[in-house]
Design a protein around this ligand. Structure first.
Ligand SMILES: [Zn+2]
Length: 371
């Protein structure tokens, strides 16, 4: 993660770069703000900039040996601590592969997404436990490998238990030379005053609307109008913005699915052809996503139809639609639908003519959709 990859936050970036270049920065920095504002991304960029052997006025170089180690999160002088499921793993070091995997996937994540990543089935609350303090102290007592700074990045210090925090007070107050603590927290209320008093507080603000809009349009290819409405609901939080995009896409697919089923039910060939033209003009990626989504809704309809409501995972809009529609999906036609959607997926993947594939799909849907 380089500063240029951090969304927005130009004031903070300039400030950080300046203080590092002047070699005048606090030995323990606490970045406070929502995860979706970029606290972790900024910390990673900060660490990388410090380690970089060839930094410019704007960013780390991205090509020196330190930058290369940082880009795979394997720099020997960068240490991590973060909340874990204490019943499984008491120490962050036991979860480093999962941690790296999550950052590579997207360095903007919150504690709920982290929990889902490390404990998907049980969803137990992750914490930084007492034993972590000794690991932190040990890691920092070693000499730095590269002869420069040792950095301890603690993500979610507001999820640290009190006894761990108390054990860190001394090292926070009098750290070994060339040691830097980068701590992040979302909420000041859960932080012990003793930690607060020993760190330099940096408030990470919301991402500005302009920066978020630009990112959504340029990096995520969201149309200007959609991007504008997502920005207005996101409160400067990139994680919120991304979840709204996901929701948006599944809403779009739900509408496409409803239009298909209506046209097929009414046996209206003009509407079916119009539908095929609409989806036929979308990107291949959107088309395959629709087909997967369609399969998912058909399966859910069957479950609902057999009154297995408790295992049906649906949004409110989907549920409203399926409460009428499910009756049309039975043990008889589900196999046909399954084959139809899979076959269409197969042809789309192999660059078949999308308009023809979807026209056939709509006519076959009409044949199978009998009560
Ligand atoms: Zn570099």
């Amino acid at each position: 993660m380089q500063f240029t990859e951090v969304v927005g936050q130009s004031l903070l970036k300039t400030h950080f770069i300046e203080e590092i270049r002047r070699n005048h920065f606090a030995h323990a920095k606490l970045l406070v703000g929502s995860d979706g504002f970029g606290t972790l991304a900024l910390s990673l960029a900060y660490a990388r900039y410090i380690f970089c052997e060839n930094k410019s006025d704007i960013d780390s170089c991205n090509s020196c040996s330190s930058c290369k180690k940082m880009s795979i999160l394997q720099h020997p002088d960068l240490h991590f601590a973060f909340p874990t499921i204490l019943a499984d793993k008491k120490l962050s070091s036991g979860m480093l592969p999962k941690w790296r995997e999550k950052i590579f996937e997207d360095p903007y994540f919150d504690i709920n997404q982290w929990t889902h990543h490390i404990d998907p089935s049980k969803g137990r609350k992750p914490l930084i436990g007492t034993d972590e303090s000794l690991e932190i102290i040990n890691a920092l007592s070693l000499k730095s490998y590269e002869g420069g700074y040792k950095i301890m990045l603690i993500w979610g210090v507001d999820q640290m238990n009190e006894s761990c925090a108390n054990k860190l007070l001394k090292i926070l107050e009098e750290p070994p030379s060339h040691t830097l603590f980068l701590l992040t927290a979302t909420n000041l209320d859960f932080l012990l005053p003793t930690i607060l008093s020993r760190t330099q507080l940096v408030r990470v603000p919301r991402i500005s609307s302009e920066d978020l809009q630009q990112y959504l349009e340029e990096k995520l290819q969201i149309g200007p109008q959609n991007a504008h409405s997502i920005v207005s609901l996101s409160d400067g939080n990139l994680i919120t913005a991304k979840s709204l995009i996901d929701q948006h896409q599944s809403d779009d697919n739900l509408h496409l699915f409803i239009d298909l089923m209506r046209a097929a039910y009414l046996k209206d060939p003009i509407k079916m052809i119009q539908w095929a033209e609409t989806i036929g003009s979308q990107t291949k990626e959107q088309q395959t996503r629709f087909l997967q989504y369609g399969l998912h809704l058909l399966r859910q309809s069957l479950l609902k139809n057999y009154s297995l409501n408790n295992i049906v995972a649906l949004s409110k809009h989907e549920n409203d639609f399926l409460s009428n529609f499910a009756q049309f999906i039975t043990g008889k036609n589900i196999v046909n639908f399954h084959e139809l959607f899979n076959k269409s997926h197969y042809y789309i993947e192999r660059n078949g003519n999308a308009k023809i594939i979807f026209t056939n799909l709509s006519f076959d849907t009409m044949r199978y959709l009998v009560k």
